[in-house]
Design a binder for this molecule. Sequence first.
Ligand code: AMP
Ligand code: GLY
Length: 441
Amino acid sequence: MNVLVIGSGGREHAICWKLQQSSHVTQIFCAPGNAGIAELAICLPINPTDIERLAETAIAQKIDLTIVGMDDPLSLGVVDHFKKKGLRIFGPTQEASKLEWSKYFAKEFMLRHNIPTAAYASFDQRDFALAYAKSQKTPIVIKADGLALGKGVTIAKNLDEAQIAIHDCFDGRHGKAGQRVVIEEFMKGQEVSIFAICDGENAITLAPAQDYKRLCDGDLGPNTGGMGAYAPVPFVTPEFLGHVMETIIQPTIAGMKEEGYPFQGILYCGLMVDEDGIPRVVEFNSRFGDPETQVVLPLLDEDLFELCWAVTEGDLGKYKEGLHRLGGAALCVTIASHGYPGNYQKGIPIDFSRLNEPVEVVSGKNPQTIESILRAKGIIFHAGTARDTDGRLVTNGGRVLGVTGLADNLLDAQVLAYKLCERIDIEGKYYRKDIGDKGMV
Ligand code: AMP
Ligand code: GLY
């Protein structure tokens, strides 16, 4: 089978890496891919929003299955377009992915189906939004309705910040995405990302993950595209997952079907869990998360190709006993360019030569770790990387690498990921030092 993956980040590298392990897959293509993906796939220089060219290429290259990694093509209707051309594709239609690309739709949908989420109001007029914000307690959350490259959400600590965020939206700072604004109650608690693979009717969860969105240790600093992740998350017990299935995932899948947009693909549930362990929805996405995928897929002991194929056949029911998961833990640290998420330079050489030095296996924290780290495995997923004209590996984005440790337990996965990070040389490299600490119980 020939498979095409759409996207170019660490998530797509992880998808390609997992697909490569499938006995069904003969050739992987990726549009547009990156330097790491190019080691396992044929990269096609196609803009992922050019859905016509993607479909023409899928026909020309005899692609049997396309997997959409990123959100933009979904919101532009890549799935609808492929299906019209008779091409098999994994992902939700444009209408179904509205759960991600319209926060307003998602909130109204949750209200209609009694799915727990923060209280909210939504406005398409500045004055009403400002008046509402004034009447609420702070902190309060201001969100642009549409896709805003992860920059459309402001947690306003006071009314001033709320007003600035509202003006930003209506002044066009997020383009069309900010023409409507959702104002939401601030929820306290721990966040967890749960991915459910869905065929329109059935849904099965993958390993729960925790994502580190802020730039600096201690969850401080600006929001980013993701500074790291780990899985599984210790507080996500089978009972908790059962509760999420019953109160969030199943009502969402049933509601989307009932409203005429059956959801096929990955339903990403971003949840906030309060002190009493009760989860509420922060956001839905309609695709795999980045960087959570870099820790969820290495723990998946199933054939990803077969799973995605089953979704396109409406045949996920055959996995109703649940998916096999590998034991142990995975932890991913994002190495970012100096200056990210602000301005940064591209084209800086990436040097892996020190990775070949032997890794010392002693961790002072836990003597047992010595033995288990010997069984640990490191995987370096590329995000913003490219080859320069001399063929050298260089940086090509803000998030450069997702350095993933896979081990018997979270501590060893963390020790390994950080040992690898230390040995990767990129001038000005930056990474958080506390990824995974929240999961050490
Ligand atoms: P979103 O793009 O909706 O996921 O929002 C980005 C981040 O903002 C989330 O991952 C949360 O950390 C935070 N956030 C969004 N909405 C809320 C809320 N209602 N209460 C607390 N934090 C929130
Ligand atoms: N990890 C957040 C996202 O993929 O949207």
